[in-house]
Design a protein around this ligand. Structure first.
Ligand code: AGP
Length: 614
């Protein structure tokens, strides 16, 4: 969480920093601030709350300077107040720091600084860094020399950037472990820094990534990468191909709505080039180096993921077990790391992550690597840490996802996992060629089916408006749509702030039935699949207890209308693909309920897009 930006060049930095922060606001919106270095002094502006508040501050009191840093905060240590907003400055106000992540040993470091007479003005873990720098700079060191002395003393995971009036025209940034990215963007006589690619796209597409343990010194004319011991590092420059326009709202009220509607296109992009027409085989081109022998030797797959990505992983478990007959587990990444997991020979760890920067997922990957597992990342953001850490990468090709609530990345994950299951099944000989061609033909039909679902938006919106005030919801699913129930509930919770529980329908009688009464809407995912009859029985049980049944059913299902209070229709498709289709109306339901409540749909309270703290 938290977004950081930096600029060193010949133009006024303030509008560039504000523009970059605007693109990163999804990473945190508890406060924002900038520090510009101007004629031997540092001008700092900060404001509590959203970036608009900072925009008002800088309009009233502009800050000048051609080198500067900016920050948008997701609070970890210290309340979301102006005093805790970044940048934090040293006692003299001449040096500033911005930070994403957590400094775990900050209390230990703070004691001696207080004893030495430093004045702290915030409750953050971050502020200790700038006081440590102050001491080093007073010894006559350059900003990078000071950073090289301070950074090794910090424990935890952090991305940091510093400017100082004592060493003008320069930004120094550093990364400690995996706490969100730092990317350098190269310009002509100017250079940029940002936590994420969208903040750079307007200015440059040529970038380099700062790896954990590295520092970078950025001036208008030069970018120097250093190891933590100060040795110069040669860096590759990469070109980003994303289109900045794709990251704008394109006429939709919110990014989330745009991203929901982009799903047919995103899925077409995900599918592009994935099937070799001559052989009928799923190919992951240069991304996947796991060959036939490797696929046959796989003994177990462990998925590591968080939130929505973990629901996609759960779908992946069902698909791979069903088609490729490889035992799979889904591990919540934040748990996996701390319980000394057993990794056996031939085990593959698959990280599923939109951002590729979720710190718990990265830590779980590290744990898998330490225990000897092969690593595969299913990731959306090209060049992200998860893609760089893995032995193999499958990119989602869903395009930039800006709304905090994940939608198109989720369906792209499900589709890529469907393809991976077929790929592994083909290599292991657990599907016949006829069966795999049928499965593949059906997935290529998915974008058209999604279009049909999206055309029914008005009906889902009406339902959302009708039920948007309900304080509790239950989502029921079975088999491959149990994860759909979990995902539908999560979307509603994070956007509308209603309490929602996703559950396996068979579990109802083991406790959840006690919650049902005439005020409880129960969303039942009930396509005509192998669990259809069982789901009908579960719906009956809900109705027998006066619950309100909202059924998500196939468009040709006549039986369901008599058994439910409301019906949302989806086109019939192959059972293994229904998770990618059935989730779309649930995304719309959550979106419209939240919008009707007047909630901030793209930036729900207390959340952030990239979760780069543990
Ligand atoms: C999705 O709507 C959530 N905001 C969240 O659960 C998210 O999926 C999770 O934080 C994982 O993110 P990642 O895919 O970028 O790793």
């Amino acid at each position: 969480m938290c977004g950081i930006v930096g600029y060193a060049g010949t133009r006024e930095a303030l509008p560039l920093l504000m523009g970059g922060l605007r693109r990163l606001e999804y990473r945190g919106y508890d406060s924002a601030g900038v520090a510009l270095q101007n004629a031997g002094v540092l001008e700092v502006r900060r404001a509590e709350g959203k970036l608009d508040n900072l925009a008002t501050v800088v309009q009233k009191e502009p800050a000048a300077g051609r080198t500067g840093i900016g920050h948008t905060r997701w609070a970890t240590h210290g309340r979301p107040t102006e005093a805790n907003a970044h940048p934090h400055v040293d006692c003299g106000g001449g040096t500033a720091v911005i930070h994403n992540g957590i400094i775990e040993n900050f209390e230990e470091l703070k004691g001696p600084l207080l004893a030495a007479g430093h004045t702290f003005r915030s409750d953050t873990d971050t502020e200790v860094v700038v006081h440590l720098l102050e001491d080093e700079l007073k010894k006559g060191r350059s900003l990078e020399e000071a950073a090289l002395a301070v950074v090794p003393r910090l424990e935890g995971a952090a991305a940091l950037a510093f400017v100082s009036a004592r060493d003008p025209g320069k930004i120094v940034a550093a990364r400690i472990a995996n706490a969100g990215g730092v990317i350098v963007g190269y310009g002509d006589g100017e250079n940029f820094l940002a936590s994420d690619v969208p903040a750079l796209l307007e200015h440059t597409r040529t970038v380099s990534y700062v790896e954990p343990g590295e520092l970078v010194v950025v001036t208008p004319g030069e970018v120097r990468f250093l190891s933590k011991t100060g040795e110069r590092i040669a860096k590759e420059r990469e070109t980003i191909t994303w289109d900045a326009i794709a990251a704008a709202k394109a006429g939709f009220k919110h990014f989330m709505l745009k991203e929901i509607h982009e799903q047919p296109r995103a899925i077409s992009d995900t599918l592009l080039g994935r099937v070799d027409r001559a052989s009928g085989r799923v190919v992951f081109d240069r991304d996947l180096k796991l060959d036939e022998a490797g696929a046959r030797a796989l003994g177990r797959i462990t998925f590591v993921a968080c939130g929505t990505a973990s629901h996609a992983a759960l779908v992946g478990k069902y698909l791979i077990e069903r088609l490729a007959r490889i035992p799979c587990d889904v591990e919540i990444a934040s748990e996996y790391r701390y319980r000394n997991p057993v990794v056996t020979p031939g085990q593959l760890v698959i990280a599923v992550t939109q951002s590729g920067e979720t710190v718990d997922t990265l830590a779980a990957m590290e744990e898998g690597r330490k225990q000897g597992a092969r690593l595969l990342s299913l990731v959306n953001v090209v060049g992200s840490q998860a893609s760089r850490m893995a032995d193999d990468v499958i990119y989602l090709h869903a395009g930039p996802e800006i709304a905090v609530a994940s939608t198109k990345a989720y369906t792209a994950m499900v589709v890529d996992l469907y393809l991976l299951a077929i790929h592994l099944a083909q290599r292991r000989g657990t599907v016949t060629p006829a069966e795999s061609s049928r499965l593949l033909a059906e997935v290529f039909h998915l974008p058209t089916l999604m279009d049909a679902v999206l055309r029914e938006e008005a009906k889902v919106r009406a339902l959302a408006y009708h039920y948007h005030r309900a304080s509790d919801f239950i989502f029921l699913g079975r088999g491959v749509n149990y994860p759909t129930a979990l995902e539908g509930a999560l979307k509603l919770k994070e956007l509308s702030y209603s309490h929602a529980e996703g559950t396996a329908a068979g579990e109802m009688k083991h406790g959840i039935n006690a919650l049902i009464d005439q005020s409880m809407p129960v969303v039942a995912i009930v396509p005509r699949d192998s669990n259809y009859k069982k789901m009908l029985s579960n719906i009956q049980e809900v109705r027998a207890r006066a619950g309100i049944v909202i059924a998500l059913a196939d468009d040709d299902d006549q039986e369901i209308a008599d058994r439910a209070d409301e019906v949302i229709r989806i086109p019939h498709t192959n059972e293994l693909l229904t998770p990618a289709l059935a989730v779309v109306p649930l995304q719309l339901l959550a979106y419209h309920a939240a919008d009707r409540r007047g909630n901030d749909v793209d930036q729900p309270r207390n959340l952030a897009k990239s979760v780069t703290v543990e």
